[in-house]
Every structure is written in structure tokens, then in C-alpha cells.
Design a binder for this molecule. Structure first.
Ligand code: CTP
Ligand code: MG
Length: 257
């Protein structure tokens, strides 16, 4: 199944506090987080896990950052012969995904698929902040799409006990969720493009707007779609804090990634 990957890299990285936008943060091997993410996509292609058509990268609106990330994308495209298009993002992650969807539709249209612009064409939405996703996870997501599902997420089991809380000031526990029923959901998440566009439009109009969406499957759930789950990987973790960055650098130093 021809596959287009939408990488969202327009976040500021406020929790990482690295002094530069997160996708531009350099890991201990001298490569930026975005380079690692792009390399993981091409590794999935080279492993035969995905039939890669093109990549769209959503970058921050700030011209300096955008230029730096575009340079990374151009070098990657020259090195791998993959079509890469950059597009400016928005204030919230969901705004950035929406900006990317328009670029993806144009890119996918040139795939020349017999089933229409997006017939038999997979869309993967992926966080630039997850640099080490193994090819098998990309493959599992696309395989689920091939079986006809409109939405699929990779997920791992949760190790902590998760409780709900309420109250301003000192919080109180209002309940405990059954851990066996919980999953931590990663990216890449796979979708039917038309369904995801419609789901995002619906979510934009709903309570909370873009800020209420912490992933794209949420929009699909709200629109009434079934969302399939495939096995994720601990290496699909997201770099959010300095502790995550230390883990990423330790993995590189140990040759695990
Ligand atoms: N993202 C984006 N546009 C935004 C916000 C986030 O493209 N307006 C992207 C990030 O670049 C990242 C992914 O969404 O690859 C996951 O978001 P997150 O980990 O929250 O990154 P940031 O928003 O950059 O970090 P923070 O929330 O700590 O500011
Ligand atoms: Mg964020």
C-alpha cells in the first residue's frame, strides 16, 4: 500500500526547555531529532515495512527555525531520493496536523493510484519527537490499514497505576482506572485521509477545539470510527523532558538505536 508520512515538527518543546525548538535539538551522535525521525521512516522503507511515497514535514512558522528544519529536510531528500515537502504549522498540534493534511492530499494525488486520489493509499501521522520507532511498528500500522480499518494506533502497556483526580489546590483522587484496560498510545498512527480530514473538521467545531486533541485517533473516536490497536514498542517513546533526552542519548551511546 503506497504510504505518505506526515511528520509534525512544529512544536516549541516548552517542557524540554532546550533553548531551541524540539525537532532541532541535537542528540549525542550530532544528528537532530528530526533527522532521526526521517531516518526511521526510510529505515522502514528499506526494511520493506512500508511502500513510501512521500513525506510531509510540518515546521514552526518562525522563519529561522523553519529555514533550519527545511535544510534538514532537503539534505535528507537529496540523500535518500524521497520526496519531502515542508509546510508551516499552527499553535496546537492538531492545527499543525490540519496544515499538513492539505500538503499530504496534494502529495498523495500524484501517486496516480487507480482507486482515486487516495484509493489504496495510507497516511501515517507521526511525531518528530519520537526518533527511534522500529520498522516493525510502521509495518504493523500499514498492515492494519490494508485490512480495511480507517484508524490504527500503536500502543504499549501502562506500568503505573493511573488515577483520576479533582480539586483546585490539594487534589483528591476520584477514581482508579483498571490498568489492564489501559494503553499508552504512540505514533505513527495510520488513517484513511478523507475520514481524518472530516474528523478534524468536526473536532475543530467541538468543545475545546484543537487544544482538546492530544492525538489524531481522538478525533476519529469522536467522529464515531473504530480505532484498531497494534503492538507498539518501548523505543517509540516520545522525547518530552530532559530525562527522555538522557534516555535517547544513552540508547545512542549503547548502540541500541
Ligand atoms: N507539534 C506540532 N505543532 C504544535 C505542537 C506540537 O507540530 N503546535 C508536534 C511536536 O513538534 C511534536 C509532536 O507534535 O513532534 C508532539 O508534541 P509534543 O511532544 O507536545 O511537542 P511540543 O509541543 O513541541 O512540546 P511541549 O508540549 O513540551 O511544548
Ligand atoms: Mg505539546
Amino acid at each position: 500500500m503506497r504510504t505518505t508520512v506526515l511528520i509534525v515538527a512544529a512544536g516549541s518543546g516548552s517542557r524540554l526547555q532546550a533553548g531551541v525548538p524540539k525537532a532541532l535539538v541535537t542528540l549525542s551522535d550530532g544528528h537532530t531529532m528530526l533527522e532521526h525521525c526521517l531516518d526511521s521512516v526510510v529505515a522502514a522503507r528499506d526494511a520493506g515495512a512500508i511502500d513510501l511515497h512521500a513525506i510531509a514535514v510540518v515546521v514552526p512558522g518562525d522563519p529561522d527555525t523553519a529555514t533550519s528544519l527545511e535544510t534538514v529536510c532537503h539534505a535528507f531528500a537529496a540523500r535518500t531520493a524521497v520526496t519531502v515537502q515542508t509546510v508551516p504549522g499552527g499553535a496546537e498540534r492538531a492545527d499543525s496536523v490540519r496544515a499538513g493534511l492539505a500538503a499530504v492530499r496534494t502529495l498523495a494525488g500524484s501517486a496516480g493510484s487507480a482507486g482515486g486520489p487516495f484509493g489504496r493509499h495510507a497516511l501515517l501521522v507521526h511525531d518528530a519527537a519520537r526518533p527511534f520507532v522500529p520498522p516493525a511498528v510502521f509495518g504493523a500500522v500499514v498492515t492494519a490499514l490494508e485490512s480495511g480499518t480507517a484508524a490504527v494506533v500503536p500502543a504499549v502497556e501502562v506500568v503505573d497505576t493511573i488515577k483520576t483526580v479533582a480539586g483546585a489546590g490539594p487534589e483528591e483522587v476520584t477514581g482508579t482506572l483498571q490498568r489492564t484496560q489501559l494503553r499508552a498510545v504512540q505514533t505513527p498512527q495510520g488513517f484513511d485521509l478523507t475520514s481524518l480530514e472530516a474528523a478534524h473538521r468536526l473536532a475543530e467545531e467541538g468543545a475545546g477545539g484543537a487544544a482538546a486533541l492530544t492525538d489524531d485517533a481522538m478525533a476519529m473516536e469522536a467522529a464515531g470510527h473504530r480505532v484498531s490497536v497494534v503492538t507498539g514498542d518501548p523505543l517509540g517513546f516520545k522525547i518530552t523532558t530532559q530525562l527522555d533526552l538522557m534516555l535517547a542519548n544513552a540508547l545512542l551511546a549503547s548502540g541500541t538505536s
